[in-house]
Ligand binder design. Sequence first.
Ligand code: NDP
Length: 300
Amino acid sequence: MSATLIDGKAFAGRVRTQVAEHVARLKADHGITPGLAVVLVGEDPASQVYVRSKGKQTVEVGMKSVEHKLDVSTAQEDLLAVINQLNNDPEIHGILVQLPLPDHLDEDMVINAIAPEKDVDGFHISNVGLLGTGQKSMVPCTPLGCLMMLRDHHGSLSGMDAVVIGRSNIVGKPMAQLLLGDSCTVTIAHSRTKDLADVVRRADIVVAAVGRPEMVPGDWIKPGATVIDVGINRLDAPEKGEGKTRLVGDADFESCAAVAGAITPVPGGVGPMTIACLLANTVTACCRANRLEEPEGLTA
Ligand code: NDP
């Protein structure tokens, strides 16, 4: 391996420390405690793990954590009533509805019912529009974490060629907007892209957000390029014991790390940054709500 390892776990720890310090100042100087509410509908095991982890980390940085666990059969209007109550609660500065929602609920309508200034996931149509027009917004957590790592590694991204593989609303599209905002020349690739290898080979920055295990091989990577691997894929790992699995990204780590200048591992890369950025967004939302100075370097 010749690439520098971008350690997302350590970076996320630094972000959490910065958030905790800002929370302590908000409490000491202004008597304000930032509050994050997470709404979970149903009992999807993966979602339960995420929600637990979010709640734990929220408390660890000194913020107030509120969890609303609703039955899987919750009606749309009852979910909207919970969101409305949180929108009007002055002690809550961030609201997150854990996705995916059960099929009978209208995800777009639910997300767009969150007050945009409390939409710490950055999925509300107003925040999407603000980001797209280069205005101050709440920025989706995973792409924000990727941007922070890229800025930290490179300093300025201006003029770099970036390829984002994946065009989802939660990762690919906002990632591309953020890179454009930092003056990269951005290409968005997807399942219909012709000659993906050729497109990727031109990039100084490759962000892979596809969900296909190890699909990007090292011989697609321009020597010295930076690879940000968003993918989280679980593969069987019989070598670790019966029924065991291991996590891999969308990039083939070994072959990419042999050519790239820098790379994020999976696990321990983008993943830990996502929750750290959720906490960062909550403290940012709290500062904006109270017209106080925002912490530096924690948003786009
Ligand atoms: P989606 O399934 O919503 O989007 C996947 C994208 O990949 C689509 O745009 C799709 O193209 C594109 N794609 C699929 N196959 C190919 C292919 N063969 N070549 C090029 N592009 C292709 O996924 P998400 O954006 O939600 O997530 C992507 C990955 O990131 C997943 O592994 C997910 O688990 C992970 N993730 C990780 C997070 C973290 O915290 N680290 C947070 C969020 C996601 P098309 O639009 O044409 O179908």
